[in-house]
Design a protein around this ligand. Sequence first.
Ligand code: F6P
Length: 367
Amino acid sequence: MAIKIAVLTGGGDCPGLNGAIKWVTKTALDPLLVRDRSVKFEVLGIMEGWKGLVEVDPDDPKSCAEHLCPLDEEKVRTWDRYGGTNLGTSRTNPFNPKNDRSDKLMENIKKLGIDVVVAIGGEDTLGVAYKLYKRGVKTVGIPKTIDGDLVGTEYSLGFDSAVNIIMEEIDRLRTTAGSHNRVFVVETMGRHAGWLALEGGECSGAYIIVIPEYPFDIDRICELLMERKGREIQYSIVVVSEGAKLGGKKEFYKDEKVDDFGHRSLGGIASFISDKIQEKTGFESRYVVLSHLQRGGSPSARDRLMARWFGIAAVDMILNDDYGRMVSYSHGEITSVPLKEVVNNLRLVEIDKYYDTTRYNGKRSIL
Ligand code: F6P
């Protein structure tokens, strides 16, 4: 009997997800490996993350066709070139205390004959995988988050593509910012962690970078900009994470709505900073919210490679009966960590190590 692997993607989409699905499938079904191994696999894609697995009615063929997607090598052959997720995604939380559907989830896993669940996602998605594992389901996690805030791994899918997009967009902004002699405030994603703003800002040479880990002072931003007045420099780029906060204040939220995991949508910080700069310095200022552009398009070389390595490692873990763990990249190697260490935790920018609190930018010395 074949071991049935269910694979799903949860949370925000990003480039690299399709590659991970492809490599889980290809590795599990590889004819040469099948010949050498004593086990056989079957791979079942689940549509829209946990939502698909909760909502599917295993007794109804129509429902199965809607929520399930049997995968084979032919089907996933070209997937690694494309962004997004061909399996779809959702922010469904089956363990939401206000609408607990975990029993249904357990029942469906059993009815569908699923032996292992490979969950590709961030802290929320992997948190569900961990809860399932505690209830006896064999689970393996693959790290994905453009925010880069997952602990237990030095790389999560989507991050590199997003940093490249930030860099390209800032390169583009420079010509218009320079022509008009303007300050441009660029808002990146990054709810709790400032990795995207920091690394995106650093590789594009931003003058100021504002991150959630270090609450900012608007007067200091203006002071830094004023230092440029009268100099040859005609414009400035300020990069800010969506989750950055004014000293003593909370994040800027779009509205009151909360998702299934209790998160509210962030937004508004770039326009706030831009207005204040114009008001306090007299520099003409504009802002750009990069928003979901950072999750769009095709995966970078690094995301394609990491997706491949992560997908292969996930199947190796299944062969080793290594469950309740997440594939991880650490010190240049692919390894794994217990999901228990990944959930309810965040990998944040270490201010002392990486951030210059005087210049509001990346550090220029590691001493
Ligand atoms: O996946 C995390 C993230 O990229 C956050 O940085 C951002 O706040 C959130 O997704 C926005 O996601 P959406 O609008 O797609 O729900």
